[in-house]
Design a protein around this ligand. Structure first.
Ligand SMILES: Cc1cc2nc3c(=O)[nH]c(=O)nc-3n(C[C@H](O)[C@H](O)[C@H](O)COP(=O)(O)O)c2cc1C
Length: 155
């Protein structure tokens, strides 16, 4: 099985940590979206797309790239890190991938630490920020390993 993982991790490299775990575990090619001009997906059996969550959304860079790709019949999965760590942030990208004919094989999310004062003064973010410290944690990494093995075995 040949796989590729594409990620955007512009804030604190939280998503990059998860992408690296995936790549090591199933021996994938790993690409920061910043380095991508054009990619040929034909050689890959599985492609993962990941991003940090910025203002309620995965990075627009990921959506822009996915719009351009030929994904018909391609096995894909989606992952994100966010202050909340919620999987629902992945749903919009999954919808787009599926609308392009891709086959979604899984969705992974975990918390990624952030500092509220760096981008907002809304109080609730202070609490979220405190809860996000230390993430991705060792436990998050273990969950990520389990996830990618399950995805790979499902092909
Ligand atoms: C500008 C900005 C906006 C953010 N907005 C959200 C958000 O809406 N919801 C959330 O759960 N986390 C939010 N976060 C926290 C990030 O999703 C979290 O730190 C993530 O792990 C960053 O990933 P990265 O280090 O891979 O870029 C935000 C962080 C930044 C810097």
């Amino acid at each position: 099985m040949k796989s590729l993982i594409v990620y955007c991790s512009d804030y604190k490299k939280n998503t990059e940590k998860i992408a690296q775990i995936f790549a090591e575990k199933v021996d994938s090619d790993l690409k920061n979206i910043k380095e991508i001009n054009d990619i040929n997906l034909e050689v890959y059996d599985l492609v993962g797309f990941g991003s940090g969550v910025y203002k309620e959304s995965m990075s627009p860079k990921v959506f822009k790239l996915v719009e351009k790709l030929n994904l018909k019949g391609k096995n894909v999965f989606v992952f994100s890190t966010s202050g909340m760590g919620m999987k629902f942030y992945n749903n919009r990208l999954i919808k787009l991938l599926e609308s392009k004919g891709a086959i979604n094989k899984g969705s992974f999310s975990c918390k990624g630490n952030f500092k509220a004062s760096e981008f907002t003064n809304i109080k609730i973010f202070n609490i979220m920020s405190r809860l996000s410290q230390g993430h991705p944690s060792d436990k998050d990494m273990k969950k990520a390993e389990k996830f990618i093995v399950k995805v790979a075995n499902s092909l």
